[in-house]
Write a protein that binds this ligand. Structure first.
Ligand SMILES: NC(=O)c1ccc[n+]([C@@H]2O[C@H](COP(=O)([O-])OP(=O)(O)OC[C@H]3O[C@@H](n4cnc5c(N)ncnc54)[C@H](O)[C@@H]3O)[C@@H](O)[C@H]2O)c1
Length: 305
């Protein structure tokens, strides 16, 4: 195709896709069924992971729950059964260890079957300024928050590709779109998680594997306990999200096969502004929204327990 024809095609299709997305704002997209799907959730022992497990339980999915915290995972398993799950399989897995991920993944394939919805949710945060971050904690953050995504995809994506059916869900963060003071390793891992999930989504499209969906989740802070102590500067503009609200939004995005979900909605606008505004203005706005001091009173989950 010559330059003129290809450019014309792109312009016409762009207008069509814009109109389509406008129409879809008013017509709710049908939610897919997950009955019989094998859903693996990492970090299922608390917070968002637990609530997602309970939501999938109510919809008739087979659950595979991974967590390093055996007690928390057992409790999620019990609650999932209470919520109607017929098949729940809980495994202790330290997602910071590649060989352990591969070993437990093999066990899952033998004992349960091929995972068709993979939710990489396990996450940790160091919560110190870069210069004070111990090397070992920064390494751990990268291992859990992003390297584990590589190894779980390596383990479960081939079967999804063979059947051209599956869904890859990455629980990233708004800290994967905009830098936040005091979260250097966390932001690095979450930027990587967004880039990785986006790229694999494109590779699947290019390979014609259109049956494999991608959902990238970028929430602002949620009151699960992970960021205990942190304060948002203007709660009316950027509220700390309620865990149940966030889990419901994530679930709805998965069932509607939405590629990106940012929460609250202001995050769409803020990440757009960041990419078009002069740097000095972005910094001014970052300061205004509290990105410089959000972590000042961080206690986190470990100290709380
Ligand atoms: N809470 C927030 O403000 C917030 C905001 C944006 C994104 N997120 C992301 O959402 C996800 C869930 O976070 P949450 O708020 O529910 O936190 P959480 O601490 O309640 O849950 C994290 C879970 O991951 C598990 N985990 C930690 N290290 C692990 C390891 N090595 N192997 C296996 N499991 C491990 C923990 O035991 C825990 O059950 C994380 O990826 C987090 O980064 C959280």
């Amino acid at each position: 195709m010559n330059f003129f024809l290809e450019t014309l095609k792109v312009l016409v299709l762009s207008i069509y896709f814009l109109l389509e997305s406008l129409v879809l704002l008013f017509i709710p997209v049908r939610k897919k069924s997950v009955v019989g799907e094998i859903v693996l959730i990492t970090g299922a022992g608390s917070g968002i992971g637990r609530l997602l497990a309970l939501k999938f339980a109510r919809l008739g999915a087979t659950l595979v729950l991974w967590d390093i915290n055996q007690e928390g995972n057992k409790e999620t398993s019990r609650l999932a059964q209470e919520n109607g799950a017929v098949r729940v399989h809980a495994y202790m897995c330290d997602c910071s260890k590649r060989q352990e991920i591969y070993r437990v993944a093999d066990q899952v394939k033998k004992e349960v079957g091929d995972v068709s919805i993979l939710i990489n949710n396990a996450g940790i945060v160091t919560g110190k300024k870069f210069i004070d971050c111990p090397d070992s904690l920064m390494e751990k953050t990268m291992e859990v928050n992003i390297m584990a995504h590589f190894w779980t995809y390596k383990a479960f994506l081939p079967a999804m590709m063979a059947s051209n059916h599956g869904h890859l869900v990455s629980i990233a963060s708004s800290a994967g779109l905009i830098g936040v003071n005091g979260l250097s390793d966390y932001c690095a891992s979450k930027f990587a998680a967004v880039g990785f999930a986006e790229t694999i989504g494109l590779e699947m499209l290019d390979l014609g594997k259109t049956g494999i969906k991608t959902t990238i989740v970028c929430p602002y802070f949620i009151n699960t306990g992970m960021f205990d102590g942190c304060k948002t500067k203007w709660p009316c503009l950027l509220p700390i999200l309620d865990t149940e609200y966030a889990a419901e939004k994530i679930m709805s995005a998965i069932l509607r096969e939405q590629v990106y979900i940012m929460m609250p909605r202001a995050m769409y606008f803020l990440s757009f502004l960041k990419s078009i505004l002069p740097v000095k203005m972005s910094i001014l706005l970052g300061d205004y929204f509290g990105a410089f001091h959000f972590m000042d009173y961080f206690k986190g989950r470990v100290k709380k327990d």
